[in-house]
Design a binder for this molecule. Sequence first.
Ligand SMILES: *[C@@H]1O[C@H](CO)[C@@H](O)[C@H](O)[C@H]1NC(C)=O
Ligand SMILES: *[C@@H]1O[C@H](CO)[C@@H](O)[C@H](O)[C@H]1NC(C)=O
Ligand SMILES: *[C@@H]1O[C@H](CO)[C@@H](O)[C@H](O)[C@H]1NC(C)=O
Ligand SMILES: *[C@@H]1O[C@H](CO)[C@@H](O)[C@H](O)[C@H]1NC(C)=O
Ligand SMILES: *[C@@H]1O[C@H](CO)[C@@H](O)[C@H](O)[C@H]1NC(C)=O
Length: 471
Amino acid sequence: MGLVIALLLSFLFRLSSAQSSKTIGINYGTLGNNLPSPYQSIELIKSMKAGRVKLYDANPEILKLLSGTNLQVSIMVPNNEISNIASNQTIADQWVQNNVLAYYPNTMIRFVLVGNEVFSYNTDHDRRIWFDLVPAMRKIKRSLKNQNITNIKIGTPLAMDIMQSTFPPSSGNFRSDLIDTVMVPLLKFLNGTKSFFFIDVYTYFPWSSNPTSISLDHALLRGNDNYTDPLTSLVYTNLLDQMLDSLFVAMSKLGFPKIKLYISETGWPSSGDIEELGANINNAATYNRNLIRKLTSTPAIGTPARPGIFIPTFIFALYNENQKIGPGTERNWGLLSFDGSPVYDIDLTGKRALSDYPPLPAADNNSPYRGEVWCVVRRGVDLMELGSALAYACGDVNGTCEALVPGRECYEPVSVTWHASYAFSSYWARFRSSGATCYFNGLAEETTRNPKCEGGWSHAYTPSKVEEVDR
Ligand SMILES: *[C@@H]1O[C@H](CO)[C@@H](O)[C@H](O)[C@H]1NC(C)=O
Ligand SMILES: *[C@@H]1O[C@H](CO)[C@@H](O)[C@H](O)[C@H]1NC(C)=O
Ligand SMILES: *[C@@H]1O[C@H](CO)[C@@H](O)[C@H](O)[C@H]1NC(C)=O
Ligand SMILES: *[C@@H]1O[C@H](CO)[C@@H](O)[C@H](O)[C@H]1NC(C)=O
Ligand SMILES: *[C@@H]1O[C@H](CO)[C@@H](O)[C@H](O)[C@H]1NC(C)=O
């Protein structure tokens, strides 16, 4: 009898610990000037029942507050400290002393991620950091080993732009400029230390840049649209599995089929700029709910090429972060709004059935917007801040602001707001194709209403014609 109970208890214990290891993690990014305090943020993370939290640095206040919680913690070495650490074991030891030992073990630090998307940066200076990455990881590993710490793994999150080919998944290959020089040493390190390959993987990007050949349902993990890889005959029910398996194939080709994947970022934006496709609450909630349901399934689902393997994941992100630069989607990845209120309902434990959620607002931008778009001064901004943005937008020698000169067609009305709106639109329409966004330090916003000047002139951006989304 006692034995039966002991066996049962141990079985239940294993079941519950297996389940708790399947908790969802969350990326706690802090690029906002209006976010809840670290204390409130950690309370929110706990109330959402996240099991793990990933930071983009080793913020002392946050790490102190995480002490004594059940949250497993991932901290990060900033890109600009990598070369220093790679150069000198003493510096690595000091980094570990200040950022790990100061909080560990009461703060359950489990990962030190060295750098963030290091191979996505490509100047001469950045490429020097590529080569310092693995040496820095080795030195941090040695520092931890010297402290007899064995339950902290070292990794480095990379973006999908490390891939030369992802489609079909069986053609997966790393970029040729990375393979011999930096990828093989990295894979050797990860394999040898039984760490994970951390990957930031978003189905949103391939879908939104190619909505005619990829169906939205496939990108949203709806599971009703299959793709069969012609080489392997493996059936893919969603785009995420395809992307992960292409990475698995690329690693296998280099002789490292055993390294496990860890999704360091994934998610879907709930809002964005007018011309950004499919960034809405309906899609964001659908993606993240389907993702969580898949990841928390027991037994683990894995991917077609690696069935049955649990893929630990950090969702991006906790908050909408208003100081992230780039297109509007960048500031709208949060599960929570800037004030801590949910953008949509989400159960991170995966227990809530999809049918138990209230109806979502209709998706209104799943097809491309075809009209003109202008970039104007955001309502309610501080006029004092506009001067330097105006100077920036007009500083170009190519005459972005020629029409604003006294006597020219857009000089009137003479107001800083009007002139800045003109300058923003003019600059953005001209440089959008080379990456300019309608942001201007948070001072600008898009509009579909033509802000015409007296002379009738306007600069608009017209989204290039994309064929109707094929679904
Ligand atoms: C490593 O860094 C430490 C601390 O900054 C310094 O004292 C030491 O001279 C450095 N060693 C080398 C070989 O540069
Ligand atoms: C690590 O363990 C070894 C062997 O048990 C011991 O000699 C050493 O003092 C330990 N180091 C630390 C920093 O605890
Ligand atoms: C990967 O690590 C395993 C041990 O975990 C080892 O047997 C294997 O040889 C390693 N693979 C490579 C290519 O280094
Ligand atoms: C897609 O493939 C899965 C797994 O092979 C299968 O269960 C499902 O019925 C297929 N769905 C469609 C719509 O073909
Ligand atoms: C001005 O325009 C020319 C031709 O379009 C371009 O090559 C040049 O880079 C532009 N100058 C600036 C400062 O953007």
